[in-house]
Design a protein around this ligand. Structure first.
Ligand code: GLA
Length: 682
């Protein structure tokens, strides 16, 4: 349970954007909406340190005291994602440089290079000043370090740090030359000083170089986080520390590895699809966050009551903690246009995260500003003020979260979907057979199919324990080290069911293609080898003999022990296997040599999951109702979310915590409605 026992509810609060007279109204409205946690100070550096070493904490003192007197706890941010103008003027060399060699200027946010000593020192100084002043403030519940680590740079500081990182990783130049295959195109390095960051170049860049640059940035940004964390922890070891993860292709952060360094995983989630895709994306984000949180076993501590002034490190909670740190109270940003969330949708999205283990629901942002770059971003208190649908729904959510205080425990999942940041980075590189290869997209497609068929899903990283899962899905898990291949092999050999899709295991951890036929490292487990690939054009597809459709990719597949269970129909691949199944040890391994379209994927994964002995969370739930179950000790909670505009009946028993009503046979969900049933299990 999170801190004072309640689920967290609140969001980014930017009092520095408002005159002091608004603050009292803010606290009164927060109490009305039952907000209990706010993130303060994320972008307040220039208001906290208006000149180097001159601090103006008086306003923050007042704000924290006011919040505390209103019973609202604080996630205090270090404001290091947005250095003040004076910093950039004093240290122009700390401004970031793009791959094209263009130095960016002050004027937005994130205008720093995290590999630059001057920036790191200034960041530590302001973090230290905040720690000195507030580490024992009674409102302080959590440190929120920085904001959405993810920026990169190509300056000379970065190049030097990159070379040091490479020397550390590879040991000597001979190894680096080997794993980067620098004999191709005369790229052999004879001195570390010859290596730069992968700047814009004439034609295709070296894949090993590109991949290591992403890994380097993940480690460099992590070091920037951990040095702040250590300083904050030293000031009061009882206060948990986190940073908010941002999701997206551009982010060079391996979130699974980072999770070991945070006290709880915190994610920001903004769906990009306005239709049902927003619900599918929400479910995936929640499952990803929970998957990362399982890595947080070491160094993570239980969030504690605000201001607990003890030096005892809190105990490790079970199940692992994660929190939805930011989401949008209203609009979904989709292709440049803002889509207004329909009534009830914000609450459904929030409860979908709680169903998946989030310790509450937090938002960007509390109050909508009149100016600034994000002046039209939605807020719990919109431009229209509190007499608005959005604020009324905010208050409704606050009340709903209070009624769910008892919900805890693990999330039921019979299927594991593997997610691997380096595979995602490597599949977005140039020079691949198709620009449409995308590990994240493949993860999303598999997850979407499982979500629609009702299977509870965990996401795992290569090497994670797989006990208890009926089925492991590898969606284009392109990079497989020998260790990763053994992880898969052992799972299947020991009786596990596997479904791997195209290109899984095709390359090693340095993005070098494994020879002898795709899918490289996994050929023996899958009992197939692919001789040739056939990338498909945008809008193109291949037909399958069972009436299904394949997208993106197809292969000339040769069974080598596996049985064909699906075939291509038409075209050059007519009659050749598309999907195979192989007995390996005590287990079964399916191989899918194309990307099934959504309908085909649902049928296929349903078939593989059933064959593996998995069952949907709520087999009687009608289409359009999402069912997620949390399990505690002798009790479980069934979340039922009606994503349709029709009233739907779901056979179930228990007590609906949101209404207090007993449910004997079935719950009737109004259009867009939610029920959370307490089910007795023993
Ligand atoms: C991110 C940031 C916030 C805000 C929102 C808006 O998640 O952390 O500061 O910019 O996006 O979408």
């Amino acid at each position: 349970m999170w801190s004072d026992g309640r689920l967290c509810y609140g969001g980014d609060y930017n009092p520095e954007q408002w005159p002091a007279r608004v603050w009292a109204e803010d606290v009164a409205l927060m109490r009305r909406a039952r907000v209990n946690l706010v993130t303060v100070g994320v972008f307040a550096w220039s208001r906290l340190e208006p000149a180097p070493g001159r601090y103006t904490f008086d306003w923050l003192d007042q704000v924290l005291d006011l919040l505390h007197s209103g019973g609202i706890r604080v996630a205090l941010a270090t404001p290091t994602a947005s250095p003040p103008p004076w910093f950039s003027l004093a240290h122009p060399g700390a401004l970031p440089v793009t791959a094209d060699g263009v130095r960016l200027h002050h004027g937005s946010r994130d205008t720093y290079c995290a590999a630059t000593p001057a920036y790191r020192e200034a960041a530590l100084r302001i973090a230290g000043a905040l720690a000195d002043r507030y580490a024992h403030h009674p409102a302080l519940a959590l440190w929120h370090v920085h904001n959405e680590y993810g920026t990169t740079c190509h300056c000379e500081h970065t190049a030097r740090a990159f070379r040091r990182w490479l020397a550390d990783r590879h040991g000597d130049l001979a190894t680096l030359n080997d794993v980067w295959t620098t004999s191709f195109w005369s790229q052999h390095y004879s001195d570390w000083a010859q290596i730069s960051t992968p700047r814009a170049t004439q034609y295709l860049a070296n894949p090993g170089h590109l991949l290591d640059f992403r890994r380097f940035w993940s480690d460099t940004l992590l070091a920037a986080y951990t040095e702040q964390r250590d300083l904050l922890r030293a000031a009061n070891p009882a206060i948990p520390i986190t940073t908010n993860y941002v999701l997206g292709d551009w982010v060079p952060v391996d979130h699974a590895r980072w999770a070991r360094e945070v006290d709880l995983v915190a994610v920001d989630h903004y769906p990009s699809a306005a239709d049902g895709g927003a619900e599918e994306q929400t479910a995936l984000a929640g499952d990803l966050a929970r998957g990362w949180a399982r890595h947080a076993a070491t160094g993570r501590r239980t969030p504690v009551a605000a201001g607990r002034a003890t030096t005892d490190p809190p105990a490790t909670p079970d199940p692992p903690a994660w929190l939805l740190m930011e989401s949008a109270p209203n609009q979904i940003h989709t292709g440049g246009r803002m889509h207004t969330k329909e009534p009830g949708r914000m609450i459904r999205h929030s409860l979908a995260h709680v169903a998946r283990g989030s310790h509450g629901a937090m938002f960007f942002q509390w109050r909508a500003p009149a100016g600034g770059a994000e002046r039209f971003h939605s807020a719990l208190v919109p431009h229209a003020g509190p007499d608005s649908r959005v604020f009324r729904e905010a208050a409704e959510l606050g009340a709903a979260l209070e009624r769910l205080t008892e919900v805890q425990g693990s999330v039921e999942a019979s299927v594991a979907v593997a997610v691997d940041a380096p595979s995602a980075w490597a599949l977005r590189q140039p020079g691949l057979p198709s620009p449409r290869l995308d590990h994240h997209e493949e993860v999303a497609a598999a997850h979407r199919a499982l979500w629609h068929t009702g299977y509870g899903c965990d996401t795992v990283a290569p090497g994670d324990p797989l006990d208890g899962y009926r089925l492991l899905v590898l969606p284009a898990l392109y990079l497989a080290s020998d260790t990763t291949a053994d992880w898969v092999r052992d799972y299947v050999h020991g009786g596990g069911h596997l479904l791997a899709t195209y290109l899984s295991g095709a390359a090693d951890e340095h993005a070098r293609v494994r020879l002898g036929g795709y899918p490289g490292a996994l050929r023996d487990v899958l009992g197939v080898w692919a001789e040739e690939f056939h990338p498909l054009a945008d809008g193109d597809h291949v037909r399958l003999a069972d009436g299904g459709t394949g997208l993106v990719w197809a292969e000339t597949l040769r069974p080598a022990g596996a049985d064909a269970v699906g075939w291509y129909a038409g075209g050059v691949l007519d009659g050749l296997p598309a999907v195979t199944r192989h007995r390996h040890g005590a287990g079964t391994a399916w191989y899918v040599s194309t990307r099934p379209d959504d309908d085909t994927y649902r049928r296929l994964l349903d078939r593989a999951a059933r064959a593996a002995g998995a069952t949907p969370v709520c087999p009687d739930a009608p289409p359009g109702v999402e069912a997620v179950r949390r399990r505690g000790d002798r009790v479980s909670w069934l979340f039922l979310l009606n994503h349709t505009d029709r009233e739907l009946r779901v056979p179930a028993r228990g007590v609906d915590l949101l209404t207090g009503a007993p449910v004997d046979e079935a719950v009737i969900l109004p259009p867009g409605g939610v029920a959370v049933l307490r089910e007795r299990t023993g």
